[in-house]
Design a protein around this ligand. Structure first.
Ligand code: HEC
Length: 173
């Protein structure tokens, strides 16, 4: 999408410049145009590269239902706040601010923003989700997968473990 917008901007820019230079075509102008053309091309290539990097680094993919599997190393990571009630309460606050929009008040994946998303936000209350270890859940919310962002930079380690604690309370009974 970014690339398409970029492409249109560049093309429009070329057309406008062509018109300007055709009114008073001088050698100097032509040279200027050439170097600006180069700059634009480089900028364009840079943008393409940057967006390709962004897409790969956020783990984007086609919404083809590929299961989201955490690396085996994530499984072994222990939750340092396990059983800490204060941490769970703090997690609830963070969840309300950052997660409810997509995952919904009760974590069922039915938040207000969920309708337009593909794939749909995960249901944090079902057995499939709850069957994962704390380490895996922590890894997933830290890493993210489009359309969900990774929270490695937005939230501290503690805040992310607090969220794991809170998500355990969403389990269907
Ligand atoms: C923009 C909407 C959006 C927001 C905001 C969001 N998520 Fe998600 N989340 C998703 C989507 C969509 C998926 C499914 C991704 C997939 O399967 O590829 C998901 C999946 C997950 C998963 C993995 C579920 C599984 O078992 O594979 C976890 C854990 C998770 N979200 C936690 C959170 C937490 C915690 C927050 C808040 C800090 C949050 N999400 C905020 C959209 C969102």
């Amino acid at each position: 999408m970014i690339n398409i917008i970029c492409c249109i901007t560049v093309i429009t820019d070329f057309c406008q410049r062509d018109r300007r230079t055709s009114i008073r075509p001088t050698v100097i102008k032509h040279q200027k145009m050439k170097s600006r053309f180069l700059k634009k091309t480089m900028l364009f290539a840079g943008t393409m590269g940057a967006s390709a990097f962004l897409i790969s680094s956020t783990g984007s993919r086609l919404p083809d239902g590929t299961p989201w599997v955490a690396p085996a190393s994530a499984d072994a990571v222990k939750n340092p706040l396990s059983g800490n009630a204060e941490a769970t309460a703090a997690g609830k606050k963070t969840y309300t601010i950052y997660c409810v929009a997509c995952h919904g008040e009760k974590g069922k994946g039915d938040g207000l923003a969920a309708a337009g998303l593909n794939p749909k936000p995960a249901d944090h209350s079902n057995a499939k989700f709850q069957g994962q270890t704390d380490g895996v859940i922590y890894w997933k919310l830290t890493t993210g997968r489009a359309p969900m962002a990774g929270y490695a930079k937005m939230l501290t380690d503690d805040q992310r473990w607090q969220l794991v604690n809170y998500m355990r309370t969403l389990k269907k009974h």
